[in-house]
Design a binder for this molecule. Sequence first.
Ligand SMILES: *Cc1c(COP(=O)(O)O)cnc(C)c1O
Length: 426
Amino acid sequence: MLYKRSSELFVEAQKYIPGGVNSPVRAFKSVGGTPIFIKEAKGAYLYDEDGKKYIDYINSWGPMLLGHAYPPVIEAVIEKTRKGTSFGTPTEIETQIAKLAVSMVPNIDKIRFVNSGTEACMSAVRLARGFTGREKIIKFRGCYHGHSDSFLIAAGSGLSTFGVPSSPGVTKGTAQDTLLADFNNIESVKALFEEHKGEIACIILEPVAGNMGCIPPSSGFLEALREVCDVHDALLIFDEVMTGFRLAKGGAQEYYGIGADIVTFGKIIGGGLPVGAFAAREEIMQKLAPEGPIYQAGTLSGNPLAMAAGLAMLESISSDPEIYNRLEEKTTYLEKGIRKVLSTNGRTYILNRVGSMISVFFCKEKVENFDDAAKADTPEFKEFFHALMKRGVYIAPSSYETWFITDALSYEDLDMTIEAIGAATR
Ligand SMILES: *Cc1c(COP(=O)(O)O)cnc(C)c1O
């Protein structure tokens, strides 16, 4: 029976772990069925506990830009591990990775390492508030910045521009300080600045939204946000946890030629170990403890194993001038193939892509914001997901997630994927 051992392991896991998982989307709630338990992975492939092989389009939700068990990362971690796993003191490797990251990314002078993207975004907002002396922040509906309280906010009802908690446990007080705007709608941002003059510390956004499917910024949107922030002395935070080191060496800032004030990282920067980071120019970073008064800390921050993995990853990327061209070519090839088979099969769909991020939405109209993406959360997507999984192609188990293309994919893998998509939608 397919997925037999995964099913057994899931039953056991649910006895001791809420929902059987340590992060919700893994539980397959939005597509139904039993999550597959993975035993090992190599290159572009996952192998589950029942011995089935999958071509992987999630790649640990982004980090595995160069494929699973990438040898330079594995070797670096093994070598470091032998020397001890944590000291609670400064280590040389922290400076090595910081120096490299600062050289790759525009507009940053210093970088602070943390343990997750959530921590990076939470700390970036504190830094923006401390720096500007203001309390309110603007975020966009459908953008994800981790699970800290300030970000678990939904749109309030009626004419109120204040958010309301989107999860029990988040206080009304916290929700009051998060203002919600619509992605790709600059007027919704300007209206908030008018209504809350002198109160807004920052705008935080995913420059390419990747957590409501992949939604590119419309032409002029990022430029307009930059301008609004400059006019109102607010900071622009690019959450590049997903786009950082994926769209270009310098992330979305380089890809679109727009400078942010604070940038957050996660995923690729840790090479598959738990790492996040936030960075900015000197004037802002000097406000951070211990140099400045804005507090931020972490017992395992800058952990040697995590830094070794991240450094090996960034070194591989920075020493390969062709990496982003190859990713672009592979993803374009995949895009063309998917369009061809879906059209041949008479499916109605929207395909969004930026660089090596791609999403297929089963809907008619363009997908440019959260409401558009919500229309594509359909039974058709669930069927598509399961039909692909059965054929050995593993995409994200939710229509609100992006596919991440890895350089480990061969053109043969891409052809097999396109064929599977054709068969799954016939
Ligand atoms: C994944 C993600 C986060 C959260 O990172 P974690 O490491 O899961 O805490 C934040 N922002 C964006 C854009 C992400 O994709």
